[in-house]
Design a protein around this ligand. Sequence first.
Ligand code: 6R9
Length: 651
Amino acid sequence: MTVAKDSFVAPKEHFSRASHVRSLEDYQRLYRQSLEAPEAFWGVQAQRLTWFHPPDSVREMNAEQVDFSWFGGGKLNVAYNCVDRHARERPGKTAILWAKNEPGEYQAITFRELQHHVGRMANVLKAHGVRKGDRVCVYLPMIPELAYTMLACARIGAVHSVVFAGFSAESLRERILDSGAKVLVTANEGPRGPKSVPTKAIADEAVEGLTQVTSVLVAQRTPREVPMVEGRDFWLNAEMARHRGVCPAEWMDAEDPLFILYTSGSTGKPKGVLHTTGGYLVYAATTHHYVFDVRPDDIHFCTADLGWVTGHSYLLYGPLANGTTTVLFESTPSYPDAGRLWKVVDDVKATVLYTAPTALRALIKEGDAWVKKSSRKSLRLLGSVGEPINPEVWRWYHDVVGEGRCPVVDTWWQTETGGILISPLPGATPCKPGSATLPFFGVEPVLMDDEGRVIEGNGVSGNLCLARSWPGQARTLYGHHQRFVETYYSRFPHLYFTGDGCRRDEDGYYWITGRVDDVLNVSGHRLGTAEVESALVAHEAVAEAAVVGFPHDIKGTGVCAFVTVKPDWLETSTEQMVGALKEQVRHVIGPIATPDRVVVVNGLPKTRSGKILRRMLRKIASGETESLGDTTTLADPAVLDELLEKSLPLR
Ligand code: 6R9
């Protein structure tokens, strides 16, 4: 498909006048330089940070072993860069603006206060035996203690592994075991919208019987009492009160690990993506600087949870490294009503809003009146992340939310990439609604066909790969380097394979078309179909399960599970079974994975060799029953009739 030139949305003149990169030509020149002389380019970018000892080299690679090193020999501390240096230069500036669950309730934390809290938290961790290199698991709602804990780990050289507080006890336990964490930080509960997540109760279930976890630190978000295990559980506030705020920052090597973040892959087991210190922070700071075109008085409002990579890079580390005030939003865009997001924007005078298409789609449904009754005068830039943004949603964001005044940056990246890889630069890049546009500095996208050949030229589609290392890229999967190599570097040798399909149009613009592997993007969250299948099969009634995605108005992709039940369970009503299986997935993985549809059938469509025909199930779930393709490969054609009949009411 060729896109007409007139679909370009030009950079806004008022914006370009003051932006860091002011024209497409400037972007192209810098981009060329970044590819021709990467060491010079990244050497300059590294100067955004304060180094205790400057790096000896910019980049070293061992392509055979898939080993990358950036800024080797350099010594630095992430907390020092994100907190101390700003606390010294502008102590009274707000570092974190906490928007609490209840509307109108805010708390500003200055850089000086942040330094004090992080120092005390760091001393608490030390007192609980955490040393450099140890892993700390964090299962907290969006409260300041979450930011304190992440930064405190960075301060003492411990590796944090934040688990989104929407995950189940079983998911949390699996992550604690894989990372070998000995301290878990949680809260008594986490209010979110009209509900509250019983984080402590979930944490208790997760660590039950695990001798590995020696301390559970519990932040007190609300007055609610929770059972405490003597000798294992400690109130965080009381622990912090015992310690002073001064804690020396550990000198970390650029390649020392900073954090592990689990994400879904195409196999059942979540992957512990590991990011290191120097390259990650240089990349987060540099992309934040250019893509959000940072200004000194910015109020940066990223709506992502700190449990996801977007929260790590563009709520916490990128903005704070650049000394930017960042908003920590505890609630949801729909609580108590669909005007909440805009109320927060107005109340905190947000200048940048960074959110996900799924949130925008949900808000569009509620009508423009909610948006229009807010001022939004403070906004100067809008960002999107997590999934492809539909052109009509892009338009709405641009025209209604931004009143045509604010550039929109559609930023493509992944947990593994550490930061944004493809995105417009506001003020420089003409946009096309729905396209993430052009690569960031130092990033070289390559499209590959299924046979492993490079697809050259424009007006083409293929598997999206990256040809060279960039500082923010993940270095390994924690404790599983071989799996890292196999997952990302074996399908196309010497290329990083993203798992995304992509089109490069006539103008060389990139359009992400979605995952090409068995990963679903549900409301901007990655979910492995195999993970959901394992959760279903773990239910005593289930014989077999096949999970596929289908187009969903709000979530982007919905989850549809086809299951067969064991003979003893055939008498159970379908309604009961469907309810029980949805609950099963909620319980095993967490509410985000709950299937939208469960279809109980007598048989799954298989080839004669016993392979489940997933393509056929995807078509059925999507309602494309007219184009099922070749059905003669089915071992038992009768299966199809039943599938069609049972799936019909779903549409
Ligand atoms: C940052 C983040 C990564 C997957 C990625 C892709 C999808 C993210 C996108 C996008 C189209 C965008 N994705 N941003 N697709 N346009 N602007 O979301 O990380 O949770 O690891 O998900 O999300 O499919 O591969 P993560």
